[in-house]
Design a binder for this molecule. Sequence first.
Ligand code: SF4
Length: 318
Amino acid sequence: MNLLQTNELTRYFDITRKLRVHAVERVSLSIAENEIVGLVGESGSGKSTLGKTIVGLHHKTSGTVTYRGEELPQKYQSGDFQRLATKMQMIFQDPYSSLNPRMTVGEIVGEGLRLHTKAGAKSIKEQVAEWLAKGGLQADHMSRYPHEFSGGQRQRIGIARALILKPEFVVCDEPISALDVSVQAQVINLLGELKERMGLTLLFIAHDLSMVRYVSDRMAVMYLGSLMEVGKASEVYFDPKHPYTEVLIGSNPEPDPRVERVRVSTSIQGEIPSPVNVPAGCRFASRCPKAMDICKQTTPELTPLKDIDRSIACHLYV
Ligand code: SF4
């Protein structure tokens, strides 16, 4: 059963009266209960904006987000944040800037309970201590400030802050990309453990495709604001169909030497176009080694393939 579904979800940012950033365009994606969907793509492809629009941190320019059958408001009012905070949360990329330096760790982790529940001070303190312990921190860390902690510890504090409200759905926005390699696995393992224990559903945004393959059930590939390919994570990784997915995976180093030995290495030519001037037709046409005449004229729709569980937006598959 789908927990969450976006239907043609679109988010534009108007910079001036004439300049508009097409950050997310007509994204339709469903996420089943207890599923981890990995969202990948280059920087500037709109992954974070999609995550923030789903949880209501950006309003929707058009399209819908449906959560357990309920269509969520186009623009959240304070009551919507109150009501939905216990259902949907977000873990942010940068544990250095996402924690308020003037608040103690106890205040940061307990803030959601104070704002969105009726829990009293004693109960909040107990729950904060419990969540710090789950992240390998101690109760006396409550009175300290974020700058007193390492990057990995700060991300655990960010995870505790998001999960203390016991949400069902969490957007993890590149939760390990700002961390040392040595602590990345610890944070991933903590998230995996909590996901199992709490029955969470995750949208896991990341750059590292091999990590996404490892943690996700399905993988969605985004380019210049639109989805290019969606399918089972390991099948997309080992048998990419869309030309963009092929070069994205081919340019991603593989940590497993057995896989690296047989991997076809490629590199992506050119730069991702500006989301202010989105090209007509297929968004990937200016960089695609397989582009045809039709590609620059007609936008391919994300379409399910007949024989395998995969959806592709490419004229090669129509
Ligand atoms: Fe390449 Fe055309 Fe497919 Fe776009 S639609 S990915 S340009 S072949």
